[in-house]
Ligand binder design. Structure first.
Ligand code: AMP
Length: 113
């Protein structure tokens, strides 16, 4: 069962600033619902962060609020295809104790292709 996040969405988070173009990011792909950009501290040859523009704290908050979860997964595939990746990991940290540092839901796309 999906539960409400204990953390309230804070519009000052760094990824929301990237969405609003208040700070720069090295963007791979963007549309009206999602954005993908390179992680500033790459953990693999290719390390991209993929986020919905919807204001949601983490994975469970995204599931609660999104009207179209599948759209986000299709967008991830578009990013992988654009970068010609066929071997990759998708990872999301849910909660501080799991290593989540930025409280706007994001998926790490990691590849050494
Ligand atoms: P997490 O620990 O899952 O919350 O991941 C947060 C990720 O955001 C880390 O891998 C950071 O390196 C990355 N990060 C933080 N600030 C920025 C930024 N301004 N642009 C790109 N990536 C960032």
């Amino acid at each position: 069962m999906v539960s409400e996040s204990e953390i309230k969405y804070n519009t000052n988070n760094i990824f929301n600033k990237i969405i609003k173009k208040q700070i720069e990011a090295n963007i791979v792909l963007e549309d009206d619902k999602c954005i993908a950009f390179y992680d500033i501290v790459p953990q693999a040859k290719t390390h991209v962060l993929i986020i919905p523009k919807l204001e949601c704290v983490d994975f469970e908050d995204f599931l609660l609020k999104s009207q179209d979860v599948g759209y986000f997964f299709d967008f991830i595939l578009k990013v992988a295809n654009k970068l010609s990746l066929s071997h990759y990991q998708l990872k999301t940290n849910k909660g501080q104790k799991a290593g989540q540092e930025v409280f706007h839901f994001h998926v790490h796309l990691l590849s050494n292709d």
